[in-house]
Design a binder for this molecule. Structure first.
Ligand code: 16G
Ligand code: ZN
Length: 565
């Protein structure tokens, strides 16, 4: 039976206060403004599935935003975010003021892509109370263009991205398969490369450098540094969807000696309320619910939809030592570099040329954004010399694309969003590796790391494996470099679109003259760096400043914030 598309569009009218705009990661706003946007995204993603004859996906989530917000993340058949060539169409469709105009946009899309019928769309949602009604809107949108909406599942964002990618490659794609893939890879990595048998194997080849500092964890060096030492990690699950997913994983991880102590698991506190990765990073403070955690212990924090991960060490006061996304990228690069060089267990040592004797066939790169702490960039330049550093604008869609250009592309935003991509050529080469070889280790790491998008569970397993494999404690990781003090501010503006940027958002093109004023202020600050960029998720501009001291960084950020017209 033909569907009355116009009639359906009119059932989901654009709210008069809604101003939908496809931002850094899809549409996001207060939940009550979203039904029209979500309905239309349902239709759009069904048409994209129909046009490409593959499955697409939609996640109803507003990530680290408060509970009353919601949003929609659109998943391409590759498992990545919606191809940027469709963002303009998504905007035009969602901004159409009337059902009739929206219908015209859909007709235009159908004609451009020569598609008459929608395809299959997988749906997921986080723990927000608005999820049900918005999932219904998305399903109705899919059905309105004669597509097939699958039953919505409670999932972490990266799980759905993974499932869509697997399914379109003809691979097992259920949630159980997701856990099997990640946890199975972790189990195999630990048993093959961190067991006492493999420790014997590694020992003669990679003795510690004489006279170098040994970490507290490596007192029994060399044998024990290669064993997977039992660890406990206290994880702040942001009272979000990641809590139940981590609970599933932790049963299997316990057997390997990795014990996850779940806090902010959604049983008491509010979603992202004084907790979660965004809170921990922006406030540089311990999340709520961590009172019982012993100062100095190993902690991690994920966000409301479990695609961001940070590590931190609580101090005796409320303060923390933050190990952010930049640091996760550097840890990953160090591990991969040493695997490629066949010397995983060397101690942190900045005089050692990490990249010098690497496997030259393999091009490895780290992708950062303007927010990457200058000390992390300098460390990669100075000590990971075989690793190229590339900067892109903020947002996973930009980083992911840049990382895909390398054989091994590591991308992490400072806020903890990222993963490691292995190119198809690289994966083909790795498949030929024998049991216990570096190829097998990298191949298992490619299964551990979500290849579709940043994933907090993947990231946590990577960090734990890397530390175990290198024989490092948190302090070794912290000692790699010292972050430059920084300050972030946000300044509300009437219209953020007047702020345009270049050089991966590090410089302003407009408003005219503002960049010149920023340059003059930065020039007189020791190790000063500062940039201003419009947010892609809120109507504000963000100011980031870095300097040799916290006082100077604060002062620089405040000075620039006051220049914002
Ligand atoms: C979104 C992005 C995140 C980015 C942030 C920046 C994805 C999946 N998420 O959360 O990567 O760091 O926006 O927000 O791309 P902003 O533009 O408001 O500063
Ligand atoms: Zn998120």
């Amino acid at each position: 039976m033909a569907v009355d598309l116009l009639g359906q569009l009119r059932l989901y009218p654009l709210h008069e206060d809604a101003k939908p705009s496809y931002g850094t990661a899809g549409f996001r706003s207060r939940a009550e403004l979203l039904p029209s946007t979500v309905f239309r995204c349902g239709a759009l993603m069904a048409l994209r599935a129909g046009a490409l004859r593959q499955v697409t996906g939609i996640v109803i989530t507003a990530s680290h935003n408060p509970e009353q917000d919601n949003g929609v993340k659109l998943v391409d058949p590759s498992g990545n975010m919606l191809d940027s060539t469709w963002e303009g169409m998504a905007d035009a469709l969602c901004q159409a003021k009337t059902g009739h105009r929206a219908m015209q946009e859909l007709t235009r899309i159908k004609q451009t892509w020569n598609v008459t019928t929608g395809g299959t769309v997988m749906l997921a949602h986080d723990t927000r109370s608005s999820a049900n009604s918005l999932c219904q809107a998305a399903s109705a949108g899919v059905a309105a263009v004669a597509g097939t909406a699958e039953a919505p599942l409670l999932l972490a964002t990266p799980q759905l991205h993974w499932m869509v990618a697997q399914r379109n490659q003809g691979q097992p794609y259920s949630e159980a398969d997701y856990f099997d893939s990640l946890l199975g890879a972790f189990e195999q990595l630990v048993s093959t490369f961190c067991s006492s048998a493999s420790a014997q194997f590694w020992r003669p080849a990679f003795p510690p450098s004489p006279g170098k500092r040994q970490s507290p964890d490596s007192a029994d060096f060399p044998l024990l540094t290669h064993l997977f030492v039992p660890q406990e990690v206290s994880v702040d699950a942001a009272n979000g969807v990641g809590a139940s997913k981590l609970a599933v994983a932790s049963k299997r991880l316990n057997l390997l000696g990795l014990s996850i102590k779940l806090l902010n698991d959604g049983k008491a506190g509010g979603l992202n309320s004084n907790c979660g990765a965004d809170y921990v990073q922006k406030e540089q403070a311990c999340p709520s619910g961590f009172r019982s955690v012993i100062p100095g212990s190993r902690c991690a924090s994920i966000d409301g939809d479990a695609d961001r991960l940070l590590y931190f060490v609580p101090h005796k006061t409320r303060g923390i030592e933050l190990l952010d996304g930049d640091r996760i990228a550097v840890l990953a690069a160090t591990l991969l570099n040493r695997i490629l060089q066949g010397r995983p267990a060397a101690l942190p040592d900045s005089s050692f040329q990490e990249g010098a004797a690497g496997n030259e066939q393999v091009q490895m790169g780290i992708v950062q954004t303007a927010y990457a702490n200058g000390a992390s960039t300098a460390y990669v330049h100075d000590c990971l010399t075989s690793c190229k550093v590339v900067s892109t604008p903020t947002g996973v869609k930009h980083l992911h694309h840049a990382a895909a250009a390398f054989n091994i592309g590591i991308y992490y935003e400072a806020n903890g969003h990222g993963t490691i991509l292995f190119s198809p050529d690289m994966l083909a080469m790795l498949r030929q590796g024998q049991q216990g070889s570096w190829q097998q280790e990298l191949s298992l790491l490619s299964k551990l790391m979500n290849q579709a998008v940043g994933d907090a569970l993947s990231g946590l397993l990577l960090v734990e494996y890397a530390l175990g494999r290198l024989g490092w404690g948190l302090q070794d990781w912290i000692d790699l470099y010292q972050d430059l003090p920084s300050r972030q501010l946000k300044v509300p503006v009437p219209d953020r679109s007047v702020f345009t940027t270049t050089h991966a958002e590090m410089r302003l093109l407009t408003p005219n003259a503002l960049q010149g004023l920023i340059d003059s202020s930065v020039a007189v600050v020791e190790k000063g760096r500062c940039f201003v960029r419009p947010s892609g998720t809120e109507n504000v501009v963000r100011v980031y400043a870095e300097a040799a001291s916290q006082t100077e960084a604060d002062k620089l950020a405040n000075t620039i914030a006051q220049l914002i017209p």
